[in-house]
Every structure is written in structure tokens, then in C-alpha cells.
Ligand binder design. Structure first.
Ligand code: BGC
Length: 248
């Protein structure tokens, strides 16, 4: 059965859709409910269940979650409520929705989707997907396989730790930075990441991809950087790929 529900839990919205996993395409509308604030465990679980109910499709679920995830358990909470640390997210969402639920880091979900269907498809070795949103997410794909839980938003950069605090898309707004200024700062961040990791291709993702025209000319021309092909749906599509428990 190649249709599965994919859920993307983000800092501002919880999104979900039914995905055709052979084509990597959404086959339903994309439901989105604002992430409850505070984003504590019961409120988020309830909202996930609401999105799932709204999609009205049976079967197991895959969900991307903005935390380091090991065996379904959240091990960090940088942009979510602290109560999530140590919480078994898979169990919590399974209980809330009444379905088997497999959890993957949200950026890792985007990486899986870009590797199978998008910009990383033809990269023979190392592709790095970066997602700029509430935080900075990162996924390292090696020979098409995910190397999970890379956290490039947490590194120190230009005296800021975690880097995502000043260099994410949310921080751009908070700091009132123009796209020009954000583009120049992001260019320096990418140069640093390239120097350390040396990926063959950097795939630029997250909500800011929609604004690619505003800043892409400022990104370093010496690096291979492309926008994410699945745009902001990469997280949902990637989550659907793990629905049968591939990573649990
Ligand atoms: C988290 C990552 C997540 C990223 C994007 C960061 O704060 O540490 O795990 O992928 O935000 O949501």
C-alpha cells in the first residue's frame, strides 16, 4: 500500500497530508493547524490527532519532529517545550491517534524526501539538506542513506551558539533583517558548513525556499547550492516514508 499519512510538526504549524510514496506527491489537501502555544506534550499530541482525523485515511503514520530522535524518543528541545526531552514521541502520538506512529527528525524527513524524489536524487555521495524555519535543521545523506540527527543549527557560528538563534528564518524577522542582509550572513554560514563537512551538494530548504529569488544571488557562487525541489512539502513526504517503522 503506497499511500501513507505524513505529519510535519513544526514550531509554528502542524501539517499533514496523505502521500503517494511511489511518486513522492501529496494526494490529499495539506492540512495545517497552528502549533499550540505553549507546545507542551498533551497539546501537541492533541493537535496531531486532530490533523490525522481531518485526513480521514487509515493505516500507520510517519511524523517529523523538531528534536534529536532516538528509538522514537525526543532527546533535545531547542524550539519546543522542555517537557519533550525524554518523551517517547512515538508512543505519545500512537496513543493520541490510535495508530502505529514512527518518528523521525523533521529535517531528516526532508532529507529522505529530497534523496528519493528531489534535488539529492542524483548525488552519488554526500548531500546536505538545510532547512531554515523556526530553527535551522540539517540532514546529511550519504549514498542515498540518511546519517540521522545532524544538528548544524546548534553549532557556534560568529560567536552565536546555537547558530539558529540568529541565523534562522525566524531570527531574520525578529532581527528585522532585509533579505539582502540575511543572504549575506547565510552565505558566511554556508561557507563555514562547507569547510567543515564538504558535502557535494547543499540543498536549501524550509519555508524560505519560497523567497529564493530574494537572496540566492548572495549565496557563495563557489559552492554547489540548489533550492529544495519538494519545497515545504519535503517534511510531509519524508515522514510518510518512515510510516511503516523504517527508523524505529
Ligand atoms: C532542532 C532540530 C530541528 C530544527 C528544525 C532545531 O531547533 O534542534 O532538531 O531539525 O530545529 O526544526
Amino acid at each position: 500500500m503506497e499511500h501513507r499519512i505524513g505529519i510535519d510538526v513544526g514550531g509554528s504549524g502542524i501539517k499533514g497530508a496523505i502521500v503517494d510514496r511511489e511518486k513522492g506527491e501529496l494526494v490529499s489537501e495539506r492540512l495545517r493547524i497552528e502549533t499550540p502555544q505553549p507546545a507542551d506534550v498533551p497539546s501537541v499530541a492533541r493537535t496531531v490527532a486532530e490533523v490525522v482525523d481531518g485526513l480521514d485515511f487509515p493505516g500507520p503514520i510517519g511524523a517529523g519532529f523538531p528534536s534529536v530522535i532516538r528509538d522514537g524518543v525526543a532527546l533535545s528541545a531547542n524550539n519546543i517545550h522542555h517537557d519533550w526531552i525524554g518523551t517517547d514521541v512515538a508512543k505519545t502520538f500512537s496513543e493520541a491517534t490510535g495508530r502505529k506512529c514512527t518518528i523521525v527528525n523533521d529535517a531528516d524527513a526532508a532529507g529522505l524526501a529530497e534523496a528519493r524524489f528531489g534535488a539529492a536524487r542524483d548525488v552519488p555521495r554526500k548531500a546536505l539538506v538545510l532547512t531554515f524555519g523556526t530553527g535551522i535543521g540539517s540532514a546529511l545523506m550519504f549514498k542515498g542513506e540518511l546519517v540521522p540527527n545532524f544538528e548544524l543549527g546548534q553549532i557556534e557560528f560568529e560567536g552565536v551558539r546555537p547558530a539558529e538563534q540568529e541565523f534562522s528564518a525566524k531570527a531574520r524577522k525578529k532581527r528585522n533583517l532585509s533579505w539582502d542582509d540575511w543572504g549575506k550572513e547565510t552565505a558566511r554560514y554556508l561557507e563555514y558548513v562547507q569547510e567543515v563537512l564538504n558535502p557535494d551538494l547543499i540543498i536549501f530548504g524550509g519555508g524560505v525556499v519560497k523567497e529564493w529569488e530574494q537572496y540566492h544571488h548572495l549565496l557563495p557562487s563557489t559552492l554547489r547550492i540548489v533550492p529544495a525541489q519538494l519545497l515545504n512539502n519535503a517534511g510531509i513526504v519524508g515522514a510518510s516514508l518512515v510510516a511503516d517503522g523504517a527508523l524505529s
